[in-house]
Design a protein around this ligand. Structure first.
Ligand SMILES: NC(=O)c1ccc[n+]([C@@H]2O[C@H](COP(=O)([O-])OP(=O)(O)OC[C@H]3O[C@@H](n4cnc5c(N)ncnc54)[C@H](OP(=O)(O)O)[C@@H]3O)[C@@H](O)[C@H]2O)c1
Length: 334
C-alpha cells in the first residue's frame, strides 16, 4: 500500500505492506483524509511537533472497515468510520493520561496511508448523510470548534460570538454558532472569503487586513460593549487583542497556535478588570464527538470543503494550506 512518512522534516512517499490486524484492532481502508494546520507543524518539524523518528503524519481520515480483530466488539466489516485524534479521551474531563496518544503527531503514527490498523477506540461511526470526504473533515477542526462554541461556552441564544479567520476550525465555529442561535461576527484577510462567510450565516464581517483597527470595528458592531466570546485561532500575542474585544465576564477560547506560537505576552490587567475567562481548548473527547455528530445529523450540517487533492499530491495540498488561500477544509481523496 502507499503511505507517507515524515523523515527529517520532509514528507516521503513510500510502499509498505498492509498492516496485520491485532486482536484489539480494526483495519480501515481509507477513502478520504483532511488536512489541519497541525499537519504543517508536524511535516515541517516546527518546535515540539517535530517527530523524533519516521512518523506517519495526519490525524483525520474517513474510511470503511475491511477486517476486525478477534477481541473487538464496537464495529462490523463494512461500517463507515472516522479516526479520532485523542482516542484515549473517551469521556469525562481532560487529564494528561487521556491525551497521551495524539495520532499523526510527533509521538504517534497517523493515517496518511491507504490502510490503517488501530485499536477500535480510535474510530467512531459516521452519519449516513455525510460523504467520506465530508466526514474526514470532522475529527480535529469540527470537534475543536464544537468544544469551544458549545461544550465550553456559557453563551445564550442571541449572544454575540467573534470568530477569527475562515479556515477549518473557524468555519465549523461559524456553523455551530448559527445552530446555537448566536450572533456571529467573523474576520478574514480576504473580502472574497467574507462574502462566502456571510452566505454561510455570519451576521457581520470584518476584513482585518483592510481595517488595521479591526478591534474598533468589533466595538462599533456591538454598540461599544464587546462580544460575549471570541474563538481565537491565532494564539500568542493575539490573545491580548481578543481580550480587548470581549465585554466584562466574556470568554476568550484559546484554540490557535498559528506559526507554532505557544507563548505570547498577555494583558493581565484586562483579564482582571473585565473578569475575563480564558478557556484553553484541546480538541475534545469521543463523547463530545458523538454529541456533535448527533447535532450535525439532526440539522444536516455540511462541512465546507474548499478543494480536494489526489493522494499523490499531498505535498501540494500542504503547500496550498500553508499559502492560506483556502476557505474551510482541504481534503485528500485516497
Ligand atoms: N487546540 C486545538 O485542539 C486545536 C485544534 C485544531 C486547530 N488548532 C489550531 O487552530 C488554528 C486553526 O487551525 P485550522 O486547521 O483551522 O487552520 P487553517 O484552516 O489553516 O486556518 C487558519 C486561519 O487562521 C486565520 N489567520 C491566520 N493568521 C491570522 C492572523 N494574523 N490574524 C487573524 N487570523 C489569522 C486565517 O484566516 P483568513 O485566511 O480568513 O484570513 C485562517 O482562518 C491553528 O493554529 C491550529 O494549530 C488547535
Amino acid at each position: 500500500m502507499k503511505i507517507y512518512r515524515v523523515q527529517n522534516s520532509k514528507l516521503v512517499p513510500t510502499e509498505e505492506n498492509i498492516p496485520n490486524v491485532r486482536e484489539n484492532e480494526i483495519l480501515v481502508k481509507i477513502k478520504a483524509l483532511s488536512l489541519n494546520y497541525r499537519d504543517l507543524l508536524v511535516t515541517e518539524g516546527i518546535a515540539h511537533w517535530k517527530p523524533n523518528e519516521a512518523r506517519v503524519p495526519v490525524s483525520d481520515a474517513a474510511g470503511e472497515i475491511v477486517e476486525i480483530g478477534k477481541s473487538t466488539s464496537r464495529f462490523k466489516v463494512g461500517d463507515r468510520v472516522t479516526s479520532l485524534i485523542v482516542p484515549n479521551w473517551e469521556h469525562g474531563k481532560l487529564s494528561p493520561e487521556k491525551i497521551n496518544i495524539a495520532i499523526g503527531g510527533p509521538s504517534s503514527d497517523g493515517v496518511l496511508a491507504e490502510y490503517v490498523s488501530l485499536p477500535e477506540n480510535h474510530f467512531c461511526k459516521i452519519p449516513d448523510y455525510l460523504s467520506y470526504q465530508e466526514a474526514a473533515t470532522l475529527p480535529v477542526a469540527a470537534l475543536t470548534a464544537w468544544n469551544a462554541v458549545i461544550e465550553q461556552s456559557n453563551l445564550k441564544l442571541g449572544d454575540t460570538i467573534l470568530i477569527i479567520g475562515t479556515g477549518g476550525v473557524s468555519l465549523f465555529a461559524l456553523q455551530f454558532a448559527k445552530l446555537a442561535g448566536y450572533k456571529a461576527i467573523i474576520t478574514s484577510s480576504s473580502d472574497e472569503k467574507l462574502i462566502k462567510a456571510k452566505a454561510l450565516g455570519a451576521h457581520h464581517t470584518i476584513n482585518y487586513k483592510i481595517h488595521k483597527n479591526w478591534i474598533q470595528e468589533v466595538m462599533n458592531l456591538t454598540a461599544g460593549q464587546g462580544v460575549d466570546q471570541v474563538v481565537d485561532v491565532v494564539g500568542g500575542n493575539h490573545i491580548s487583542e481578543s481580550l480587548k474585544c470581549i465585554k466584562s465576564e466574556g470568554i476568550v477560547s484559546m484554540v490557535g497556535v498559528i506559526d507554532g506560537k505557544t507563548v505570547g505576552s498577555i494583558d493581565t490587567g484586562t483579564i482582571m478588570y473585565k473578569a475575563a475567562k480564558i478557556q484553553g481548548i484541546e480538541t475534545g473527547s469521543t463523547e463530545m464527538y458523538k454529541r456533535m455528530l448527533n447535532a450535525m445529523d439532526l440539522h444536516k450540517v455540511k462541512p465546507v470543503i474548499n478543494k480536494v487533492f489526489p493522494f499523490a499530491q499531498v505535498p501540494e495540498a500542504l503547500s496550498y494550506l500553508k499559502n492560506g488561500s483556502h476557505f474551510g477544509k482541504l481534503c485528500i481523496e485516497v
